[in-house]
Design a binder for this molecule. Structure first.
Ligand code: GLA
Length: 383
């Protein structure tokens, strides 16, 4: 939807002139399930986004309208609570977080529209949260930093959506820069922009179009397993805060004897953090083959050790392994469905897409969606 029709639709629904904001979805090149372990990630914002039109009201009401669901929600700033509409909760969670931080908000009308595919692992929910946080901060001229906007958005996901996510998605949605990936240290929140120079190659996403119901409970369970591992190491090494501070040797000594499964999960994370470092070096040096190899290794770890993949994702990665023109592939995001991310040679994209679409349909009876991804800037006001 272009800004003009966004404005007009808003006027039809609410009868006032809005301010327009957009915040993008994200991809992640490497560094999966490392963010909530204080580790490293390498996301980039993409050219699929959530758009918010917003205006002040004279009362304390919150009126929301979601284009994708053709649904309205009416509430009040005096009583911001979870409701039965999942899409509204992302917005209400942000409102709640801003109020909790002591900011004063006026009542508002908000219209939301997005073209980030839902359930595809492209962080549509973070895009909603960040678009809302950014829109409210602009509308009310809040003295809040971009980092705090991302943190408020993350807290909304924790408290109003029930997923104990890390900071990667919200950070990428706020801080993304076109043509760059960012290497983010999720402990210090320091980040470095790395040019995404993929000479002759593109990032291609293959969407399984499945989202297995396990995903949210398993996500929180993995997080708890990582925290358990840290707690066991901490007994001997009180200085350890996150898995990012833990060595393979420490895991062998203090976690393995306690629980082999927790050991395997923690080992994946420790290895993945190291892979992000190597991937960043490879990308900077233009060693794309090395980067691709690391992506395949990540998939192996996510599938066999961390156990957050599924048969559809594994199939898509298996099919492209060893193909001329595909440097790397892996499942992306939380897991149990969504997309694989692939580095594919320009000339090979069309053939590969046709071939994979057919194979995927033959095997699962499902439609494969393909997105050739472009990077984009983070949260912004629209003219
Ligand atoms: C989801 C979460 C992120 C991150 C990824 C896995 O996208 O929202 O915080 O943990 O899964 O890397």
């Amino acid at each position: 939807m272009n800004p003009l029709s966004l404005k007009n639709t808003f006027k039809e629904i609410f009868g006032s002139e809005p301010m327009l904001v957009k915040s993008p979805g994200r991809i992640n090149i490497i560094g999966e399930h490392t963010d909530y372990n204080g580790g490293l990630v390498m996301p980039a914002a993409i050219n699929k986004a959530v758009y918010v039109a917003i205006s002040k009201r004279d009362d304390e009401q919150i009126q929301l309208y979601a284009e994708s669901y053709q649904e309205k929600y009416i509430g009040s700033l005096n009583n911001v609570e979870k409701c039965e509409k999942p899409w509204a909760n992302y917005i209400l969670g942000v409102v709640h977080g801003l109020l909790q931080r002591g900011f004063t908000l006026s009542g508002f009308n908000l219209y939301i529209y997005g073209d980030v595919p839902l359930g595809a692992g492209l962080s549509s929910s973070a895009a909603i949260e960040c678009a809302t946080a950014y829109a409210l901060s602009q509308l009310n001229q809040l003295p809040i930093t971009k980092i705090d906007l991302a943190l408020v958005a993350q807290k909304a996901e924790h408290e109003f959506a029930g997923v104990k996510c890390g900071i990667m998605d919200q950070f990428a949605s706020v801080f993304g820069q076109k043509d760059y990936a960012m290497m983010l240290d999720c402990e210090s929140l320091e980040h470095e922009y790395i040019p995404l120079k993929l000479d002759g190659y593109k990032l291609v996403l293959f969407n399984t179009n499945v989202k297995h119901s396990l995903s949210e409970s398993a996500y929180n369970e993995r997080r708890a397993q990582c925290e358990q591992g840290v707690a066991w190491v901490k007994v001997q090494h009180p200085e350890v805060q996150y898995l990012r501070d833990v060595s393979p040797q420490m895991l062998l000594e203090y976690v393995m004897p306690k629980d082999a499964e927790v050991y395997t999960k923690c080992s994946y994370v420790v290895a993945e953090i190291d892979r992000v470092r190597r991937a960043a070096a490879a990308l900077k040096d233009g060693r794309l083959e090395a980067l691709g190899k690391l992506m395949f290794e990540t998939h192996q770890g996510l599938s066999k050790d961390y156990e957050v993949s599924c048969k559809e994702l594994d199939f898509l990665v298996e099919q492209v392994k060893g193909l001329n023109g595909v440097l790397g592939a892996r499942m992306m995001g939380g897991g149990f469905g969504g997309c694989t991310i692939n580095i594919v040679k320009d000339e090979a994209i069309a053939d590969l897409t046709n071939k994979l679409t057919k194979l995927y349909h033959d095997r699962f009876g499902l439609t494969l969606s393909t997105y050739v991804v472009e990077t984009a800037n983070g949260a912004q006001l629209l003219p």
